[in-house]
Design a protein. Structure first.
Length: 185
C-alpha cells in the first residue's frame, strides 16, 4: 500500500508518518498533558524508546496493510518542526485519533487538522461512518467533535492512562459530513 498523501490546511502541513519522526515524537508526546486521556494501552511513564517501538511495530505496519493512515502535524510556517500527530483507523468504533503538544493546544489547530483528515476519510476513502471514542473528562477533545457536527452515541467505562472514566463515543455519517461540507463551501 502507498503511504497517505501529504495534506495541507490554511496553517498546517500534514505529512505521512515516517520512522525518522520517532525522535521528535518521543520529545513532544511523552508529557502527562498529552497522554492522560489516551487509552491505557499507552505505557506510562512513557519508555525512552516508546515512539520508535510504536512507529516500527504498530503504526507503520498498519499503514503498509492499508488499515491505518498516520500523519505528523506541522505548522506551514515551521515545516521542519513536528507538533503533533493525527491518524485514521479502520477499527470498529475507533476511526480517528490525535495528539498535539501542549504549547500548540487551544489555537484551533487540531480542529483544522481534523477537518482535513475527515475529508480524506469520507471523500477519498469513501467511508460511510466515522466513530471516535474519547474520555468523558477530555472537554477540549469533545468540543472538537461538537464543532465538527459529530453526535454523541453512547458511553461506557474504559481505562485511560490517568484512570477509569466514562468513554463517550461520537459519530458522524458520510451524509452528515457532506451536507455540512456543502454548506461551508
Amino acid at each position: 500500500m502507498q503511504p497517505p498523501p501529504t495534506l495541507q490546511t490554511r496553517r498546517l502541513l500534514l505529512q505521512p508518518l515516517q520512522l525518522s519522526d520517532a525522535p521528535a515524537i518521543q520529545q513532544r508526546f511523552a508529557h502527562w498533558e498529552v497522554v492522560r486521556y489516551l487509552n491505557a494501552l499507552v505505557p506510562w511513564p512513557y519508555p525512552a524508546d516508546g515512539a520508535l517501538g510504536y512507529l516500527r511495530d504498530v503504526a507503520l505496519p498498519a499503514v503498509a496493510r492499508g488499515e491505518e493512515w498516520h500523519w505528523t502535524i506541522r505548522l506551514l510556517s515551521q515545516p521542519d518542526e513536528l507538533i503533533g500527530s493525527i491518524s485514521l483507523m479502520d477499527t470498529v468504533d475507533n476511526n480517528r485519533g490525535f495528539w498535539l503538544a501542549p504549547q500548540w493546544q487551544g489555537q484551533g489547530l487540531m480542529s483544522e487538522a481534523c477537518g482535513t483528515v475527515d475529508a480524506f476519510w469520507f471523500e477519498t476513502l469513501g467511508r460511510e461512518r466515522m466513530r471516535v471514542p474519547k474520555a468523558s473528562p477530555n472537554v477540549a477533545s469533545r468540543r472538537i467533535s461538537e464543532r465538527a457536527g459529530m453526535q454523541w452515541v453512547s458511553s461506557e467505562e474504559k481505562d485511560f492512562v490517568s484512570g477509569r472514566f466514562a468513554c463517550d463515543l461520537w459519530e458522524m455519517t458520510r451524509e452528515q459530513w457532506l451536507l455540512r461540507h456543502r454548506r461551508n463551501d
